[in-house]
Structure formats: C-alpha cells, structure tokens
Design a protein around this ligand. Structure first.
Ligand code: FES
Length: 151
C-alpha cells in the first residue's frame, strides 16, 4: 500500500468513526417520548397540524387511563394529565419561565417544572416560582379512549 492508498483508507475510517459518534449522540439525546415522527402516526399519538389525537387503548399511553396519570408527549409538545379518571387536561410542555420542556413532575395534583421549581395547579394556574404566570392549557375533547387536543 502506497502513501496515497493509506491516506484514502485512513480517511474513510475516520469518516465512519465520526458518523458513528454522531449517530450515537442522536440516540443518547432522543427521549423515549420522541419516537413518533412529527406529523406522524404511531397508532397511539397522531399529530395533524394543531391537532393531537391520542388513542388511550394503546399500551404506550396506559398511564393516562387512570386518575393521577400523566405524561409529557415531547413530540406533540404537550403535558397530558388524567385529573380524576375521566377528565383529561393538556398543557404546553414549554415552561413560561425559561422554556424548559422536559423537566416536569406531577405531584400532589400539581405540575412542577424542576428547571427552577415553578409550580402550577392541575388546571394550569400559577402557584409559585419564577414563572409568575399560568401554564397555558389546550382544549381537550374526550370520547372514551379517543382524546383530541387542540394546541
Ligand atoms: S424554566 Fe420552568 S421554572 Fe424556569
């Protein structure tokens, strides 16, 4: 192998190594709730413009079937909470303080953004923290296992 062939081979190896690192980074940064392609349909979550449809019969959404269940659906940019077993509410997952999206907890019927500890009631009304205003709520219609959120 002459010098030119060596450099060509070494360059290809370096390129694959670079791509390997990039793909691994994508895997690490994508969360499990981001597996639905935008405007896609995985059978459980369908996004069509400003409309998000949920099929609660799908096991991936089973937490939303019972009172106190909640999920952040990152691909739809919504937090969904089952308030009392029947009533479902949906909110933006973008915190009104500094726009954190993925640091939510739901405890004692309150939503908490753990980025800087802003707290909201489960109707979105502001309780405390640096957000200083309500968490925007989306309209929700429910027909059995079919939930339609309008963002
Ligand atoms: S971004 Fe949510 S409290 Fe700061």
């Amino acid at each position: 192998m002459d010098r030119k062939d060596f450099l060509r081979t070494a360059g290809s190896t370096a390129l694959f190594a670079f791509l390997g690192i990039s793909l691994a980074s994508c895997d690490v940064t994508s969360s499990s709730d981001d597996e639905t392609p935008e405007n896609g349909d995985n059978g459980a979550v369908t996004i069509d413009g400003n409309t998000v449809r949920l099929n609660l019969a799908d096991d991936s959404l089973s937490p939303l079937r019972q009172a106190g269940g909640w999920m952040v659906l990152g691909q739809a940019s919504v937090i969904v909470v089952n308030i009392d077993g029947e009533l479902i509410r949906a909110f933006t997952n973008v915190c009104p303080h500094a726009s954190c999206r993925d640091a939510w907890q739901y405890q004692n019927q309150r939503l908490i953004c753990t980025c800087h500890n802003s707290i909201f009631e489960n109707d979105g009304s502001f309780v405390s923290g640096p957000a200083g205003r309500n968490l925007p709520e989306f309209s929700v219609e429910r027909d059995g296992n079919n939930v339609t959120i309008t963002r």
